[in-house]
Every structure is written in C-alpha cells, then in structure tokens.
Design a protein around this ligand. Sequence first.
Ligand code: CA
Length: 481
Amino acid sequence: MKQPNILFIMSDDHAAHAISAYGSSINETPNLDRIAADGMRLNACFCTNSICTPSRASILTGTYSHVNGVTTLDTHMDNTLDTFPKRLQAAGYQTAVFGKWHLGHGPEHDPTGFDQWRVLPGQGHYHNPVMLEPRNDDRGHEVIERGGYVTDLITDDSLRWLDMRDPDRPFALMCHHKAPHRTWEPSSKHFTLYDDVDIPEPRTLMDDHEGRADVVKAMEMRILDLDPIIDLKALVPPGLSERDEISWRYQRYIKDYLRVIASIDDNVGRMLDWLDDNGLADNTLVVYTSDQGFFLGDHGWFDKRLMYEESLAMPFLARLPGVIPAGSTSDAMAVNVDFAPTFLDLAGVDVPSEMQGRSLLPVLSDAEPDDWPESMYYRYWMHGDWAHNVPAHYGVRTKTHKLIGYYNDPLGQAGAEGPVQPPEWELFDLVADPAEMRNVITDPAYGALARELQIELRRLQTELGDEPHANADAELDRLLA
Ligand code: CA
C-alpha cells in the first residue's frame, strides 16, 4: 500500500458526549458520524493530563508531561523536541498545521517540523482572529489579520494547502480548531440554533459533591461560577432559586457550546467532501479527536482538568478504508501519547524508543493484541490554578475502577500556585457507579481492591519514570491500613 495520507482534525474541549456517534442526547453531528460510520470509534481513549497545552505536547511527542516538560499551561513546549511531524517530514511527507497551537510562540516555541503553518496566538479569537505564520526570511513569525469566523478560516487554510500540495507525495495535515473552547461564540450561521428548544440536563447537574474530596468540593468550575456577561452573554434573571438559576445558566452555556460544535461539524464535512472529490478518501487516515473532554454541566461543572470521566475521555474517531473496519468500535484502552507512534507506524517509519505510547494500528485494525494495557496513568500538575482552583492529582484508571490521589502541592511548576494542602484520595467503582457519585476509598468492601490499585499506580509510575508524592503515598497507606 502507498504511504497513506494523514488528516488529523483536533478540536479544543469537545467532549465525546457531545458527538452523536458517541450517543449524545444533546446534539447531532452528522459529519463526525460519517467518520465513525466508515471507520472506528474508540470507547476508551483517555487524556494523560486533561488540559490544552500538555495534551498537545503529549500528542506531538508521544511522551507524558513529566518527560516532555509541558506540565501546565505556562510550560511552553521546547520546539527542538522530537515529534511525529518531524519524523514524517524526514520520511518524505508534506506536513502542515493550521489553527490552534497553544504551545508557546517565539523562536523556541513556534511550530517546527511543518512545511507550512498558520496558527492562532495563544487561545485565539472566534471572530476576525489574528494569526501567526512564518516570515519569508525564516526569522520568527509575522502577525496577519483575518476576516471571518475562526472554524471556517482554519478549514479554508487547510483546504488551500491541500489544493497546493504535491500530489505525488503523501501529506500529514493537522487541522486544529479553536472551538468549542470557552467563551463559545457562535458563527452567524448557527447563532439562533437551539433558540426554540430546551437541551436535556445531565443527570448529575445538581450533584452536591457529598463524599468527594474536600479539594474537589472547593473547585471553582461550577455552572454557578460562569461569568454571566462573558460566558453566558446575558444577565441572570432576578428572583431565581439556586436550582432554577443552575438550570437557566446550563441552557445559556450548553447552547453556545453546541452552536460552535455545529460549525466544526459543517467544516469537517467540507474536508471529507474534499477527500471524496479528489479521490483521496481511500488512502487517507482521517482522525477526529479533541485535546481532552469537558464537563457539560456534569457534576454541576464546566471545564476539564479533573480525572473524572467526562474530562478524562477523549473522542477518537478514525477512518481508513481497507485497514479500519467500517462501523466498528473498540473498548481497548488508548491514551494521547499513543497517537504519535500510531501515525509513524502507519507511515512505515520507525517509532523511536523514547516515545512512551504504543501504536494503535493493531487496535484500529480490529486485532487488539493479548498484552494490550488494561490501565492508564493520569497526572494533572496545575495545582490551585488561578481560574478554577483545581488541585494537583494523579491516578490510575482500569477498565472497572479509578483511584485518584489529590496530592495538593504545586511542586514549583510554572503556572501552579496556592498552598500545599493535606492529601486526599478517591476511589470509584465505574461498573456500579459510572457517574462517579460515590467515593468508596474508606469502604472496607473495597479494601483489597484499593490495595491492588495502589500497586498498579506505583507500577505505572515506575514504568513511566514518574515519582509518587511522599505525603500522598503515606496518606493512602494510612487509609488502607
Ligand atoms: Ca483544550
């Protein structure tokens, strides 16, 4: 087979439960569903650090945050690191990235390994965004002003580059949408979508967090913490009970979130149509994913960061006729550090031993190996973040359970701040309690299992070269004694 093309489409904060191929009860995404219908849906794809900058670095490098050094939003990626686009470029691929970069700017952080790039500075804007592109003299970037809507523009740039490419060489294109990141500003086309309907509320919208860790209760990412003007674009009607205010806020929030997703879906459709029209659908791997998940009112929250399912899970839809069976799904566990080895493997390029992930190609080919991982390691470093007060934590998720250790220490990481707090632990039974409402860490019935998970967590940390936090470790010993 000819070296396949790679079209990697990644959005920002698009939770799997807002994709109809994943059974969304709140929206329809017909074009994303085309990828699923003609390819595979991964049911257990997880982020190793659920926040924008670190996830992007892990995807490019195939390594965990503690290895690539990109632990928080403020630790920008060293652009001399080894990445899959560099290796594909060296193997003859045409490479490009358009859209959100969010790994830093300037000579040490601008995109490298790409024949062409045009990216948003930082988070970028939804309407009439400025973008950065390389200067002709190869010295830094220049700023250009664009007119239009960001999701359309990123797609326009991607399609223009595809039109101009050398048809005799394979391409790897990273199309990175800003949407549906906060502050959810729809295009004129979708501005009034959902105006006349009520979006169903998640079952855990009114979760009071009883029994969960104190630091989880103290997080400031409740629907009630959304800014009425900036996020909800309206004043809260006076006289509402707290419960009614949460419901009102949820509708304001979720409708704009879904409106900006409608534009992504349209634009993914444009790219799939382009592949069809150019006879390239059969030899192009198309991936749709997001840098992490998001809380859509689940547990009363918005945002991500936490190791709870809605934030931890990444959508991952992949299509490559002849390799990936149409209409298939897999429960095999995948993590974002697996993406880079997957693309290199597919291109027939050696995967460097420094990359910590595994190629997903056997899984995507519906041939999950017998020794495939049954657990994954997670670590969120950005303790006491100025915006949401989310605690630093790490943990292990197996197919049936999740153990989370809030070590509550900024550990001197750039962008992490706030006081060191006593460590706390949570344990969830994902079979009996998939919504993660019942923390069973002190339930004697789970004692033996908790000790097994403790051993598995340490095993993963050793295998991946990370270190446990001494106080958190001691606290878990105490809880399980
Ligand atoms: Ca993100």
